[in-house]
Structures are given as C-alpha cells and as structure tokens.
Design a protein around this ligand. Structure first.
Ligand code: SF4
Length: 186
C-alpha cells in the first residue's frame, strides 16, 4: 500500500496516541510541565477580562515586554480559573498582526481613513464635546436650574475598574451629561 506523507503522519499519530492510551500513560503531567516551561521566569500580571460584565480574572504572562500567555486566574472569586471562549482568546488582543495600533479618522464626507496620532484624536474629541455642550446646554427648565446637556451620552465598558468608573462619572456629571450607561449592565 502506498501512503502519502499526510496519510503516514495521520496513521502514525493515531497509532502513538492509541499506544499511550492502551499502556495507560497519563499525559497530563507532561502537559503541565510544558505549560510550566512556557511561563517560567515570565512576569505575572493580574487583570480583568475586558469583554463582558462578568469581570473574570485573568493572568497575563509577559517576557521582555511581550505577552506570551494568558489564562484564567484560579484565585479570582468570580471565575476561579475558568474562562469562556472569548476570554480564552484574549491573548490575540495583544498578539495579533491584524491588530490596529493607531487611531483612524474619516473626515465628514470622505471615503478614506487617515492615520492620526493620539494627541490629535484626543484634542478633536475634546473640541467636539465642548462645541456640542456649548450649543445644547440647558441652564433652566420650567424655572428650575438644570445645567445639563441631553446631546451627549457616555457608555462605559467592562474593562473599567471602580476608580476609573468613579472618575469618568465625576467628569461626565461636571460637564452636565445625564445619560450615563455601562456596557456591563447585564
Ligand atoms: S471570560 Fe467570558 S464570561 Fe468572563 S468576563 Fe470575559 S467574556 Fe465575560
């Protein structure tokens, strides 16, 4: 019988796996050791999954400033080490050649995106917020002081921690913004 290279690898792979199973080999210690080696000497940082309101704990391993592994935090009270498929794929947020690293801007009426730096983008956002607030600010309503704008809303995300939410809310309230929501309201 003539085997192609692919068929040969398939047959020998299945045969080895069957042999290990038949002889009662437990591969979990080998897997655990491979994992240990992968993250040996790596810096360990604890963080929260940015995707949804469950707020699962994640450990990020970095070496030389680069993310080499992410996994569920076994000591986190919410997920106790487990992650859903999105959380498990978090590694790809950092290590992904398709990840966008610069803000893109499309001018009104244009069909092209332009790369901009963060200073330009933040100035532009601040300018638009100021313009919109000034144009829509309501000082009085039915004879009562209102000091608010209904033209701007703020949406927070699950990646914000308590302190960031506190500061964001303070900033929005100081601008007179009343529509505050959070993506993690589930
Ligand atoms: S791991 Fe899944 S369930 Fe947990 S916070 Fe992330 S997206 Fe939500």
């Amino acid at each position: 019988m003539k085997l192609t290279r692919r068929e040969f690898l398939k047959v020998t792979g299945i045969a080895s796996a069957t042999l290990f199973l038949d002889l009662g080999f437990d591969l979990s210690p080998v897997e655990a050791q491979a994992r240990e080696l992968k993250i040996k000497y790596a810096q360990e940082t604890r963080t929260i999954c940015p995707y949804c309101g469950c707020g699962c704990g994640i450990i990020v391993h970095t070496r030389d400033g680069k993310v080499i592994n992410t996994e569920g935090d076994p000591n986190h009270p919410i997920n106790q080490g487990s992650l859903c498929s999105k959380g498990m794929a978090l590694y790809q947020v950092a290590v992904n050649e398709r990840r966008m690293k610069k803000p893109l801007y499309r001018a009104p009426g244009s069909d092209k995106w332009e790369e901009k730096d963060w200073d330009w983008v933040l100035d532009r956002i601040a300018q638009k917020v100021k313009e919109t607030r000034d144009a829509t600010f309501i000082t009085q309503e039915n004879g009562i002081t209102a000091n608010r704008t209904d033209a701007i809303a703020c949406l927070g995300g699950a990646a914000l921690d308590n302190e960031e939410c506190y500061l964001l809310t303070k900033l929005m309230r100081s601008l007179g913004i009343v529509y505050l929501e959070h993506q993690a309201r589930i």
